[in-house]
Design a protein around this ligand. Structure first.
Ligand code: IPE
Ligand code: IPE
Ligand code: MG
Length: 240
């Protein structure tokens, strides 16, 4: 397809979203359809994540933010939460993750309730990929948009900045995605039409693309379709 070639992208950078965000939803239903435990859906979803991240890097996307675990997902049965955390642990331990592919790993969210070994692995993976110059992947873990804003407000107040002087830029610099462009395109597979507390500050002018395809079945072709639709959108930002 036309946007697959980096040279083509280069000649019209506006067409390719710089920052794509994905709500990786539908793992449980994917497993249920196959009479498998929900954990099997999460395993399959983790594989899809790796494939899609590699594909984004290949076609020249700069930032990919994925919703892996929300501040609300603790409501799930302990067995499922433990399973997701173990899967995360395995993923983090696989130090060869994206190392050879020049992909930079960054985690966003409130890590304080995560176990100590997971926090250490996160720090290790971030440090090991810090110099990568390809795609930056942000993995949202115990992430909630409202929780993020609470932390940002606290940070701003603690900075001692005059309340009347606070700007939108200050808030953008106080949230987890500081220094990064806002997402241009937010994709939600799994058939639901909501944000579920994802990137609520950063999503103000994002374009949305929804599909009924369940996340473990999501393929590069689906991403191509989303990007193609995005390229045809007219982003006016309130102008004419
Ligand atoms: C998304 O898939 C993964 C997480 C929220 C961790 P779900 O587990 O929400 O899958 P469904 O929505 O139940 O199918
Ligand atoms: C959103 O999916 C969170 C993640 C994908 C990590 P959920 O399955 O938790 O969202 P709801 O409950 O359908 O809103
Ligand atoms: Mg879900």
């Amino acid at each position: 397809m036309w946007f697959r070639k980096k040279e083509t992208v280069h000649t019209d950078e506006k067409i390719l979203p710089q920052h794509i965000a994905i709500i990786m939803d539908g793992n449980g239903r994917w497993a249920k359809k196959r009479s498998l435990p929900r954990s099997a859906g999460h395993v399959a979803g983790a594989k899809t994540f790796k494939d899609i991240a590699r594909y984004c890097n290949k076609i020249g996307i700069r930032y990919l933010t994925v919703y892996a675990f929300s501040t609300e997902n603790w409501k799930r049965p302990k067995e499922e939460v433990d399973g997701i955390m173990n899967l995360l642990r395995d993923y983090l331990k696989d130090a060869t993750n994206f190392k050879s592919e020049n992909i930079k790993l960054n985690f966003i969210g409130d890590f304080s309730p995560l176990s100590e070994d997971i926090i250490r692995l996160i720090e290790k993976d971030e440090a090991e990929s810090a110099d990568a110059t390809g795609l930056q992947v942000n993995i949202a873990l115990n992430y909630g948009g409202r929780d993020e804003l609470v932390h940002a407000v606290r940070k701003l107040m603690q900075s001692g900045k005059d309340a009347d002087a606070i700007t939108e830029e200050d808030i953008s610099e106080a949230v987890y995605t500081a220094g990064q462009p806002d997402p241009d395109l937010i994709i939600r597979p799994g058939g639901e039409y909501r944000l579920s507390n994802f990137l609520i500050w950063q999503a103000a002018y994002a374009e949305y693309w929804f599909t009924d395809v369940l996340w473990p079945d999501f393929s590069a072709k689906d991403l191509d379709r989303a990007i193609e639709t995005f390229a045809g959108r007219n982003r006016r930002y309130g102008g004419v």
